[in-house]
Design a binder for this molecule. Structure first.
Ligand SMILES: NC(=O)c1ccc[n+]([C@@H]2O[C@H](COP(=O)([O-])OP(=O)(O)OC[C@H]3O[C@@H](n4cnc5c(N)ncnc54)[C@H](OP(=O)(O)O)[C@@H]3O)[C@@H](O)[C@H]2O)c1
Length: 363
């Protein structure tokens, strides 16, 4: 990885000191006005970096026998931590992953979990880097299940240079936005079937955000003119994709409101996972104090997916570590959720329309 990129990532992570870094940005187009950062608040940054103890953990999760869940990118990292809890509570869980051998090894390792209510975990092939394969994933799932109670769109990449996918998109945007958008749209019949026989607001879809959305994303979260443009540094690719996740959560909430299905976006926190594997060890040693045990990453996911404290009134909201509502989302990103008529920038809707257009062929 380019040394400048490593500095950039590190400094981005240490965003409390962000205002010191503007002069080190790779090009003028990547300058971010300090006012954007400050339109969230120092406290909001601080509390996401150093969250209070979790109030909802695996101990609060009820018996989940009879429930059907899907967690993408769950052979490792945060996703695997979610799967472990769901399995221990008796659920049937689909581990939607791209590498069968890794998923099977992860499933085998679940045998060591001591529980009186073991569930069942099944591997489901999902490669978000290839949009043409997503429909087959959903067809395979639907052969086995008619309903889906919660979908956690968790899979992601980070810390590496961007590449272009078969469909011609940057892989950050495809793996974390276009793929999850398509997967969720194709799974709507299953989610709606679950919602038809469940308490309102108990069927849910989550998207995975990141604090780097507020630290690094350009004005309005996404520059539509920049989508798929080559040569952007990975931190820019990552933060725009994470802003995309925030928009998808908020707009899918509007789409699914009448079905009684909740959609949320989650910042899982800074966790020690393989996502940092490409970052040199000396950098990791510098930011290590900001990274928590991966177990913590499942708490905001469990709260968002399962807590009965969350109701339809909350749909579309942003969850921060370790399972509570965001204090203050960056103002321009929040404003992007409003149309120009309503005084906003309308970028979220433009992004949604772009996702519709780019995935239409694969529905
Ligand atoms: N860790 C953090 O500090 C942190 C902070 C903020 C947000 N997040 C977000 O949390 C989510 C989980 O991250 P993590 O830290 O648990 O990362 P991780 O340990 O690297 O796990 C990522 C998972 O996504 C899968 N994946 C990657 N590309 C895929 C593709 N094309 N198709 C299907 N699956 C794919 C990976 O599969 P393979 O094992 O086959 O590669 C892996 O299972 C990501 O969305 C990440 O952006 C993480």
């Amino acid at each position: 990885m380019h040394t400048a990129s490593v500095y950039y990532w590190t400094y981005s992570e240490m965003c409390l000191f962000k205002h010191f870094t503007y002069s080190h940005r790779p090009s003028p187009q990547h300058h971010l006005q300090p006012t954007l950062i400050m339109s969230t608040s120092i406290y909001s940054f601080y509390t996401q970096l150093f969250p209070p103890d979790p109030l909802y953990t695996d101990k609060d999760v009820p018996n989940l026998q009879g429930k059907v869940y899907m967690v993408t990118g769950s052979n490792t990292g945060i996703g695997y931590e979610i799967v472990k809890v769901l399995y221990a509570k008796g659920a049937r869980v689909y581990m939607a992953c791209r590498t069968e051998s890794k998923a099977k090894a992860a499933i085998a390792a679940l045998g060591s979990i001591r529980t009186s209510t073991p569930g069942e975990v099944r591997y489901l092939h999902l490669n978000l880097s290839d949009l043409s394969s997503v429909k087959a994933t959903v067809e395979e799932f639907s052969r086995q299940e008619s309903k889906l109670d919660v979908l956690w769109n968790n899979a992601g990449i980070g810390g590496q240079a961007g590449t272009i996918t078969t469909q011609g998109h940057d892989d950050y945007m495809q793996i974390m936005c276009l793929g999850p958008f398509l997967l969720t749209q194709l799974l709507l019949p299953n989610l709606r079937r679950a919602a038809a026989s469940s308490p309102r607001g108990s069927v849910r879809v989550t998207f995975t955000g990141s604090r780097l959305m507020e630290a690094d994303a350009p004005p309005n979260g996404i520059l539509m003119s920049e989508l798929d443009a080559p040569g952007r540094p990975f931190s820019r690719l990552y933060s725009q994709a994470k802003a995309g996740n925030f928009f998808l959560g908020a707009l899918m909430a509007r789409q699914l409101q009448s079905d009684g299905i909740i959609a949320l976006t989650i910042n899982p926190g800074n966790l020690r996972t393989q996502i940092y594997d490409t970052i040199p060890s000396w950098v990791l040693s510098m930011i290590g104090f900001l990274l928590y045990d991966v177990k913590y990453g499942c708490y905001p996911n469990l709260w968002a997916g399962l807590s009965t404290d969350i109701t339809m009134e909350d749909t579309g909201r942003y969850v921060i570590p370790w399972g509570r509502w965001s204090i203050k989302v960056r103002a321009d990103i929040l404003n992007a959720l409003k149309s120009e008529k309503e005084g906003g920038s309308g970028v979220a809707q433009q992004f949604w329309d772009w996702c519709e257009k780019e995935t239409k062929e694969w529905r």
